[in-house]
Design a protein around this ligand. Structure first.
Ligand SMILES: Nc1ncnc2c1ncn2[C@@H]1O[C@H](COP(=O)(O)OP(=O)(O)O)[C@@H](O)[C@H]1O
Ligand SMILES: [Mg+2]
Length: 366
């Protein structure tokens, strides 16, 4: 959207009576910037607490509701999707909407979805029966990649080199199960982050991770164990980085994430490259294709290439760090893959798309 269009849209929002946005504020999430944007642009908004039992009543007069909930928000995971669906049934606009969030933090759900639309997902295998999984593990080739369905920052992603390693994981998956929080992996990442850059922030992270190694956190206790299924992917070797593409409406932001040293995993490495010339625009095209096909509001896609340069999608996610790399990208590609200079908060892009939808609805008298 050009600058005058943005100004006009915001001006329209100020005039319209039906502008009430409801925001659930979680400090450190997208809501910090949403509130700032509304204040800067004199847009009316209400702060609501979506944990209130009468939240539906509170939201009765609002046009749209925004809530950035994330992976490790145990309370949100109990009902965020249900609340979203219910508000949509009442005709409200919601961010994230059901289409955008039902597969969030669920790699198994994404496997079915991406296969169903013919997206180039890394060949993936899921089993709900130990014997079947063992049979497959005995016949397949290695290495493979083992993953839990949830998690972030590569914490629940492992390279499986041999049949016996796969068998051990399968037995555990159908036995004691796995903790959704990998304490050892987060300690390793915290040590490496501290080595890389010694700040109060990384020191606090390291102390927290050391503490968590001894005493499991509340999140881990509440989330329960992952068991009763096992999920593998073909291992795509030779990638020094993955490419994250974030599509929000008609804007695609992209950057590369370098893999950790002596490792194959990029997510959570903390080392990113923001040079737009290095971005493979085929990934941008594919990301737009999936977003359009599924009609998604805002989604981050992670891509790699195989040895014959074929593109592979690893996973998709509506939520990403509020102060992460997207806002640092020097510009974005529009839906025609035309580059536009200029940094932008992803939170602004999400909110502006929402405001545009409200404006269309109010013009149509909805
Ligand atoms: N099948 C695969 N083959 C090769 N590398 C992979 C594969 N799957 C994931 N990776 C690498 O591991 C990282 C973490 O995997 P991902 O599934 O995105 O987990 P997370 O949800 O923790 O980010 C990716 O960023 C990528 O670098
Ligand atoms: Mg990832």
């Amino acid at each position: 959207m050009t600058y005058p269009e943005r100004v006009l849209r915001v001006a329209h929002m100020k005039r319209s009576k039906c502008t009430t946005l409801a925001i659930h504020h979680r400090p450190g999430s997208f809501s910090d910037r949403w509130i700032e944007y509304c204040t800067e642009n004199s847009i009316r908004y209400d702060l609501v607490n979506c944990y209130d039992s009468d939240i539906i009543q509170h939201l009765r007069s609002c046009a749209a509701f925004l809530w950035h909930w994330n992976h490790y928000d145990c309370r949100a995971r109990l009902f965020a999707r249900q609340l979203t669906y219910s508000l949509e049934a009442a005709g409200k606009l919601v961010f994230p909407n059901s289409r955008t969030c039902w597969h969030f933090d669920d790699k198994v759900g994404q496997k079915y979805l991406l296969e169903a639309i013919g997206a180039p997902l890394v060949p993936s295998y899921v089993f709900y029966d130990e014997e079947e999984a063992m049979e497959w593990a005995g016949a397949t080739d290695y290495p493979k990649v083992f993953k839990l369905r949830g998690g972030a920052g590569s914490s629940n992603v492992l390279l499986v080199r041999t049949r016996s390693e796969a068998a051990r994981l399968i037995r555990k998956a159908f036995g004691a199960g796995f903790s959704p929080i990998n304490r050892r992996a987060s300690l390793r990442d915290s040590i490496s982050a501290f080595h890389h850059c010694r700040t109060h922030h990384t020191a606090r992270g390291l102390i927290g991770a050391l503490f968590r190694c001894v005493i499991p956190g509340d999140i881990e206790r509440r989330m329960g164990r992952e068991r009763g299924y096992v999920y593998f992917q073909d291992f795509i070797p030779g990638n020094k980085h993955d490419t994250r593409v974030v599509v929000i409406g008609n804007r695609a932001f992209a950057f590369q994430r370098e893999v950790r040293r002596n490792d194959f995993r990029a997510s959570g490495s903390g080392s990113t490259i923001l040079d737009r010339k290095k971005i493979d625009t085929e990934f941008i095209r594919l990301a737009y294709e999936v977003s359009r096909r599924l009609n998604l509001q805002s989604t981050a896609y992670d891509f790699i290439r195989d040895e014959s340069r074929g593109p592979h999608l690893i996973e998709m996610s509506y939520a990403f760090p509020a102060n992460g790399q997207v806002a640092k990208c020097p510009g974005h590609w529009d839906g025609n893959l035309k580059w536009h200079d200029g940094k932008m908060w992803p939170q602004d892009a999400i909110l502006e798309d929402m405001l545009a939808q409200i404006a269309v609805r109010s013009a149509e008298g909805i």
